[in-house]
Design a protein around this ligand. Sequence first.
Ligand code: ZN
Ligand code: ZN
Length: 176
Amino acid sequence: MQLGLIGYYSDFVVYPLVIALLGVAGLIEAGEEGAPDWIGMALVCLGLWTLIEYVLHRFVLHHVPWVRDLHDRHHVEERSPVGTPTWLSLGVHAAIALSVWLITDFATASAVGCGLMLGYLWYISVHHMIHHWHPGHPSYLYTLKRRHAVHHHVDDNANFGVTSMFWDRVFGTARL
Ligand SMILES: [Zn+2]
Ligand SMILES: [Zn+2]
């Protein structure tokens, strides 16, 4: 939705804080023995985020009524602060972590939460940078910026991944 500047930038303050606090609490709970598993689980969920990002962009942002209208607006006014409010995205992450906690334990749930939130933070950061920065060529960011520009202005049925091209390649929606 259309956010004020404070609303738009609050993600970049709130998420690092929440991830750091939850990460410390989770690692303390996991203890020295459980730390490698904790880190492994967080990394798996970080990877899982890239698939969630692809699925959300392809099937939710481009197809669900109302959400689609807002996303269409982002496609046209790419620098205006349209996004998901922090309370909403954080609420979804909290609901997922609490559900995992219910069926497993706090250490696992905190690893899942940290991995997914780290992925989300990376996604919103990359998306911000590719619309506002001018990365040099060749670079990871330049490639992502060019691919995302193709999605915005040439073919909105291609290049749904923002932080990686992996799932576009898997599902045949990559366009260079
Ligand atoms: Zn799009
Ligand atoms: Zn965009």
